[in-house]
Design a protein around this ligand. Structure first.
Ligand code: ZN
Length: 494
């Protein structure tokens, strides 16, 4: 009897394996896309990219070593802008009131195809291109989101597309947007408010990833503010009744927000840090400052949440008998994905294939994984299936969302970081300065350039993308979350 049950169990396991495989294949979220065809024009773009690989790698490593944070990217933006100028683009620097933002243009007339480039680093992530934690200089910034690869691959895409257009007398315009300060969710928001992205037929962008994929997912809308409280100082033991604590203002705000959470939709995300909470416990602080993020599923919901957050701040000021000032830093929309455009990107990803990493690249990645206590799987060598997004319980926010409301915008992720390692981490900085980054940037540029060729030569694709985009906007027009007089938080050159 026992034997019978065991074999029955075995049969069940075998059956469920096949049924499981069948379910996977019949995944209702799966979108079937065929690889794009290799046309002579795409071959021209690929040949230019292959021939320019050494220059591009150098540019990648240069920006990696600059590792400049948000709105400090003076050398990084200049490196890309001057390269584009040398390659025949007309460059306008200092757009939207930010010295490190630029637009590089080639060609005239329609279609107008935008490409986004980012290049800001993250504070505190300084790291050598080695597989164990080893800062170049402790406490200094590093490219923990791979934006050096991002900037160079996008720049390479623009130049490769220009070579094809020029040689084949194609009509249209390429606009490469040098977008600073993505990490502080600032750059593209100001550029969008000031009309820098107006008039685009569509826009192409990518991001370094741990997989090779095209995602149709969205991102959370966001408002970020700094709140300053002003009180009255006093001896904390001698005459505390004469003092009014600015820190109380912050703490009561935070308590209020933590009670508010229960009465917000589960999609809301509120987080904060205290930037200044006073100097010493025996002095009643007359000044305190905190930084808040309010996120939710879409712009309208964030605005509603935000109104309630403002009431809590006001209430905290009343309770602590302090005054306060809210400094609006920036806000973004939720991202509008574009399936029609993303299908073209995915078909070109299938054509180009994932980056081909060398055994040395893989052992570098595995060494990192070993040091982080993560399974030693190396780097991704396959392509993720193209799927409709699953219902999500929240995600980060990006200023790419602003562009997605101004033109249909495509997405792409290419593996630059070892599987299972965290983002915004020294592991990512290390990989971004090695041949792993070089292979990823070439792959990303080929996929995007081939997509650009399809957009230039098949006007029906852009028509389809724009029809879907118009429908997705549901009659809403882009309205900047920023007031018209708000200035970007520009920092002087160091
Ligand atoms: Zn990033």
């Amino acid at each position: 009897m026992k034997k019978f049950i065991t074999s029955l169990l075995g049969l069940f396991l075998i059956l469920s394996f096949f049924l499981g495989a069948e379910t996977k294949d019949n995944d209702p979220l799966l979108i079937k896309v065929k690889p794009a065809k290799l046309t002579p024009l795409k071959q021209e773009a690929f040949s230019w990219l292959d021939a320019s690989a050494q220059d591009l790698d150098k540019l990648n490593d240069q920006i990696w070593s600059y590792a400049e944070t948000a709105l400090q990217e003076y050398q990084s933006s200049e490196a890309l802008a001057s390269y584009l100028e040398k390659m025949g683009f007309k460059v306008e620097r200092g757009v939207a009131g930010m010295p490190t933002a630029f637009v590089a243009v080639y060609g005239t007339g329609e279609p107008v195809i935008g490409i986004l480039a980012e290049y800001d680093a993250l504070p505190g992530l300084s790291q050598e291109a080695v597989p164990q934690k080893k800062p170049v200089e402790a406490g200094q910034p590093g490219h923990g989101c791979g934006h050096n690869i991002f900037g160079v691959a996008s720049t390479a895409t623009a130049v490769a597309m220009k070579q094809v257009m020029e040689k084949n007398h194609l009509q249209g315009t390429i606009k490469l947007f040098g977008c600073p300060a993505e990490e502080t969710v600032v750059g593209k928001v100001f550029m969008a408010r000031d009309g820098v992205f107006n008039g685009l037929s569509c826009c192409i962008q990518w991001h370094p990833d741990s997989g090779n994929e095209v995602s149709l997912g969205s991102s959370n809308a966001l408002n970020q503010i700094e709140v300053e409280f002003f009180g009255k100082t006093a001896h904390a033991a001698g005459d505390p009744w004469d003092g009014r604590s600015a820190l109380d203002g912050i703490e009561l705000t935070d308590i209020g927000l933590n009670f508010l959470r229960e009465h917000l939709k589960p999609t809301a995300r509120i987080h904060y840090v205290i930037l200044n909470g006073g100097g010493a416990p025996n002095v009643v602080p007359d000044y305190a400052k905190a930084w808040y993020f309010v996120r939710d599923i879409d712009r309208e919901t964030v605005e509603k949440d935000y109104e309630r957050v403002l009431k809590v701040i006001d209430g905290a000021a009343k309770m602590s008998e302090t005054t306060y000032k809210v400094n609006f830093i920036s806000g973004v929309h939720e991202t509008l994905a574009n399936r029609a455009g993303s299908e073209v990107v995915y078909s070109n990803l299938l054509l180009v294939g994932p980056p081909v990493f060398s055994p040395e690249d893989q052992s570098f990645a595995k060494e990192i994984q070993k040091n982080l206590g993560v399974e030693e799987k190396g780097l991704k060598t396959d392509i993720e299936p193209f799927k409709l997004p699953e219902k999500s319980w929240g995600s980060g926010s990006t200023d790419v969302a602003e562009v997605s409301w101004l033109a249909p915008t495509t997405a792409l992720g290419i593996a630059t970081a070892p599987i299972g390692t965290p983002g915004h981490h020294w592991a990512e900085v290390a990989c971004a300065g090695t041949s792993i980054a070089h292979k990823a940037l070439l792959t990303a540029a080929k996929v995007m350039a081939a997509t650009g060729v399809d957009f230039f030569t098949q006007p029906e694709i852009i028509k389809k993308m724009r029809a879907e985009w118009t429908e997705n906007k549901k009659g809403k027009e882009y309205k900047s979350p920023l007031s018209s007089d708000l200035k970007p938080p520009v920092k002087p050159k160091k």
